[in-house]
Design a protein around this ligand. Structure first.
Ligand SMILES: Cc1ncc(COP(=O)(O)O)c(C=O)c1O
Length: 384
């Protein structure tokens, strides 16, 4: 199987990830923060070490403000719904957002009667930034933006957007679901107030892991209430981070795997151009040279993630994906990709889009086999 669906969930993972998870299950097993015995302390050590590692890796000044969730969606829900919303508040966001941002936003819009501006990603960067600027009001409370499109791989002008937000004292939330593991992140230098990312995509960690990191202590209302290990005498959620937001038993094996994945990543980050960037360029050039293919997003691998989105003539994207899977043993994602506004902008609501996404474990040979398969499919449809 050629696995080109890395943007949904990466596969395979570095062997160190499974090793760390197996060790956590077989040798530790206990509940972190729920007891003073040796095994509970070891489980706690795994969690705290992961928090410290992640804080350092993303430039978050306080490891206690690294909060673990089961995925990016839960973390985004906490960051968005947890703010102190008042009727008439305004949110500035983009048309690139995933439903994991858009749906919580639409929920608070209905619940609190707030306003949302979705800045259209079709415009040039200059026009986009100018629209961001023009859409700010004195009620803008939050700017939430994906770091890159999950469909086309376009990287957004984050720095420029955050500069504008900072000028007006607006809270910034970055959805780094697609970029964590691919692009450097430094919350301090990039002045992000909150960032969210899953462990199971570009970081190459396990499913069941997601992180919300908060740089300034923004007082979010917890979405979940329950046992936190400490402060058991209190009737309410404890005030201290991260307990306030981590009710219930944590995913210790998953967090152990995530921690191992970040260690592996830190080693490979020392290399120059990542292999997946080189492969993306080859893939893009190959697709652009085939008649009848429309590629979406930037025309080169500059300013894009290892994601290539395309369609073949007006053939439904799902049909192509099915042929790739059943006939060529190649896994890609097709159809609509949880970001309807992006599809509206690209006018692909009916056809959907074929998305190929790579990781550092994909190879040149796989890219060549893929291009060969696409050429054969195009020829077969031409002859049909
Ligand atoms: C940009 C973006 N945000 C959020 C998510 C949700 O991630 P998770 O499935 O870990 O909740 C995804 C998943 O594809 C995504 O691409």
């Amino acid at each position: 199987m050629i696995y080109f669906d890395q943007a949904a969930s990466s596969f395979p993972k570095p062997p160190e990830v499974a090793d760390a998870m197996v060790k956590a299950v077989n040798e530790v097993g206990a509940n972190p923060g729920r007891g003073g015995h040796q095994l509970a302390r070891q489980a706690n050590y795994i969690i705290n070490t992961a928090r410290e590692k992640i804080a350092k890796w993303i430039g978050c000044n306080n490891p206690k403000q690294i909060v673990f969730f089961s995925n990016a969606t839960q973390a985004l829900n906490q960051a968005i719904k947890g703010l102190d919303w008042k009727e008439g508040d305004h949110v500035l966001t983009t048309s690139f957002e995933h439903n994991s941002v858009r749906r919580p936003l639409e929920f608070i819009k209905r619940t609190y009667d707030i306003h949302i501006s979705y800045i259209d990603g079709k415009a040039s960067e200059e026009m986009f930034i100018s629209e961001v600027n023009n859409s700010i009001t004195d009620k803008t409370k939050l700017m939430v933006m994906t770091h890159a499109s999950n469909i086309t791989g376009d990287i957004l002008p984050l720095r420029k957007m955050i500069n504008i937000a900072k000028r007006y004292g607006i809270i910034t939330l970055v959805d780094a679901s697609q970029t964590a593991g691919h692009l450097p992140i430094n919350m301090g230098e990039q002045e992000m107030d909150m960032i969210v990312f899953p462990g199971h995509k570009g970081i190459l960690g396990p499913q069941g892991t997601g992180v919300l990191a908060v740089r300034q202590q923004i007082d979010l209302v917890p979405l979940h209430h329950g046992g936190t290990g400490g402060g058991s005498e209190l009737i309410d959620q404890p005030q201290q981070w991260p307990d306030r937001y981590e009710s219930g038993t944590l995913n210790t094996p998953g967090i152990a795997g995530l921690s191992a994945a970040i260690s592996v990543l830190e080693q490979s980050e020392k290399n120059n151009v990542p292999r997946e960037t080189i492969l993306t360029n080859e893939l893009l050039k190959g697709l652009q040279s085939i008649n009848g293919i429309t590629c979406f997003g930037p025309s080169s691998s500059d300013n894009r993630l290892p994601i290539v989105a395309f369609n073949i003539k007006n053939i439904p994207s799902q049909e192509v994906a099915m042929i790739l899977d059943s006939h060529y043993n190649i896994a890609v994602r097709a159809g609509l990709h949880c970001s309807p506004l992006t599809h509206e902008t690209l006018q692909t609501m009916d056809q959907g889009i074929i998305r190929v996404s790579l990781s550092r474990y994909n190879t040149k040979e796989e890219v060549q086999s893929f291009l060969q398969a696409i050429e054969e499919i195009v020829t077969a449809y031409d002859e049909f």
